[in-house]
Write a protein that binds this ligand. Structure first.
Ligand code: SF4
Length: 574
């Protein structure tokens, strides 16, 4: 039996590769011939090579993305030396543009499946399964959507593959065993109606939806199997109001209290009835990723994004007030017409919305995108190697990009980690600009030689306290208590920070209020800190003479951020 091996090299173990599973499910009568091998980029290349060799495939196909291109190239080179007669095919966004150049560069590669792969792969499988023993070089191939090398070594392109009806793509998750502890990816629409200049989804304008009844049936399968998380890969999930509403309604009606569904949406497209429905959802039923990218109107226009910023802000704030949905907002540094000041402003404006996560990314100039075609005009210099990240632009120098990277590092540690929630809210009251705050903190890390190292949470607290020492309004006692609150908010710390009071002084109270042992913790505070749903503080709290006693309950955590439930006991400020 001919063996066709689909290889996916993922960025992390918890990721699964929807593409290869969808290709195997689409292989029709050849499905039995198709095998999947999944690895991660953290594995040794040689281990992967050995494993691929041992599997003795007759044909091997690699799924190529931005994060694994160099890795795949290296594996292909060596694999071809070991098995020169095995045809090597590649597919994926990273090889679907400038395909000729890719084939010219990689003599070991037989061909490329360009764009949407399901039907192309099935036909390719049929060709190889029915072909004779000699598989070393493709002859004349009557398969649409490929570029390949013929026996003369010439590179040939076949007609473009027409987009598939998305409802005809088979469901690929009949066996969930191999996905234990991994994220499941699901597609209910393909393509995007928008035209953002840096994005490859804007190139293929053929937006298609999977039949809603089919989608509901498949979602029910995930619900029945109680999978922890399903990530929709739909580029803008809510671009069709009816489609989004039907799916969300179904999830609300069939929620089993466990599965979390992730969606990328355009916040300004959300209507009031969608918001009303979202407000009724179980905390943690859905999470939303919202691309803002910039708040500079000229930039937004230049990158051809359609976004009503004020509506985005309004929607994000409303959802935040519901308190049941994790929101993740994205910004991109290095876009046209966005200089350092403008980016700083974009950052502060979006930070003020207090998303659960604020992801600060750097422009990637992707082959095939409008940005790629216009990079020269914008004076954009970028890395030659994937992920083709921006180095500088007409508006932003490399030095400024480095400063933004410094901000990003601190943002990840102190904000996106969610480990310093209360402290971050207080710092908002003393910082004129959180962008400047993170930059100064990052520069302090560099000066003291702390950058690029792993530090314990307590060490991070100590560094922050040292940084704040002597700063206007930054009372050391206030921030020591805030950091103590944050430490216990997350976990019943084994190591107590040096500045925290000696707990033997309130042993008796602890016994009274923490009857369930290690599952709770009692701590005194002289300040009343911002509560969960509150935004950053306008002013700092005043010190009270008598402490307020707080019990942290670790057996009752917030489903969105996993912080302990907080209970005020004994003498209270309230
Ligand atoms: S960035 Fe998002 S909205 Fe814009 S084209 Fe790409 S997928 Fe569509």
């Amino acid at each position: 039996m001919k063996k066709i091996l689909l290889v996916a090299i993922n960025a992390k173990y918890i990721h699964s590769n929807l593409a290869v599973h969808s290709l195997r499910a689409s292989a029709g009568g050849c499905k039995e011939n198709v095998f999947i091998a999944e690895y991660t980029i953290n594995q040794m290349k040689d281990d992967i090579l050995q494993n691929l060799y041992i599997q003795k495939p007759d044909v091997i196909c690699f799924s190529v993305y931005l994060w694994n291109l160099e890795y795949v190239e290296a594996v292909i080179r060596e694999f071809h030396k070991l098995c020169p007669s095995v045809p090597i095919w590649v597919g994926g966004p990273e090889v679907s543009y400038e395909t000729k150049a890719f084939l010219e560069k990689h003599a070991a590669v037989t061909g490329v499946m360009i764009g949407e792969g399901e039907d192309t792969f099935r036909e390719l499988c049929e060709y190889y399964v029915s072909a004779g023993e000699c598989l070393s070089q493709a002859e004349e191939l009557m398969i649409d959507g490929i570029a390949y090398r013929n026996q003369m070594g010439e590179i040939l392109f076949t007609p473009v593959r027409q987009p598939k009806n998305l409802s005809d793509v088979p469901f690929c998750y009949d066996d969930l065993e191999e996905y234990a502890n991994r994220i499941i990816y699901y597609e209910s629409s393909r393509g995007c109606p928008f035209s953002c200049s840096y994005c490859l989804s804007s190139v293929d304008k053929k937006l298609r939806f999977r039949d809603l009844e089919l989608v509901k049936k498949e979602l029910q399968f995930f619900l029945d199997k109680k999978v922890p998380q399903v990530k929709f890969v739909d580029r803008t999930f809510n671009c069709d109001h009816h489609h989004a509403m039907e799916i969300w309604k179904y999830l609300v009606e069939h929620d089993q209290g466990i599965t979390n569904f992730h969606f990328e949406i355009s916040a300004d497209l959300l209507r009031e009835d969608e918001l009303a429905l979202i407000s009724t959802m179980r905390p943690g039923l859905i999470q939303l990723e919202i691309g803002v990218q910039s708040t500079n109107e000229v930039t937004i226009q230049e990158i051809r994004r359609s976004m009503k910023l004020e509506r985005v802000k309004e929607v994000v704030q409303k959802i935040r007030e519901f308190g049941n949905v994790h929101q993740h907002l994205d910004l991109i540094a290095g876009l046209p017409y966005e200089d350092y000041e403008s980016f700083r402003h974009s950052f502060d404006e979006i930070y003020a919305l207090w998303p659960n996560q604020l992801q600060l990314g750097f422009l990637k100039v992707l082959k095939g995108s409008y940005m790629y075609e216009n990079a020269k005009r914008y004076g954009i210099a970028y890395h030659d190697e994937p992920p083709y990240e921006v180095l500088y632009t007409n508006w932003l120098s490399y030095e400024e990009i480095l400063k933004i990277k410094c901000v990003e590092e601190m943002l990840e540690v102190y904000y996106n980690s969610g480990q310093y929630e209360v402290t971050m809210k207080l710092l908002y009251a003393i910082a004129d600009s959180m962008f400047d705050f993170f930059l100064e903190l990052g520069q302090f890390y560099e000066e003291k030689g702390y950058s690029g190292m792993q530090h314990s949470r307590i060490k991070r607290c100590e560094i922050l306290l040292a940084f704040l020492r002597g700063k206007k309004n930054a009372s050391e006692e206030l921030f020591q208590e805030a950091l103590t609150f944050d430490l216990y908010y997350r976990e019943n710390c084994k190591t107590r920070p040096d500045w925290a009071p000696d707990p033997s002084g309130y042993k008796e109270m602890t016994r009274t209020y923490c009857a369930n042992g290690k599952m709770s913790h009692l701590e005194p505070f002289h300040y009343h800190f911002p509560e969960k749903r509150e935004l950053g503080a306008d002013r700092l709290p005043v010190r009270r003479a008598n402490p307020c006693w707080v019990v942290f309950h670790y057996d009752d955590r917030d489903p969105l951020d996993h912080q302990a439930r907080v209970e005020y006991v004994g003498t209270s400020f309230q």
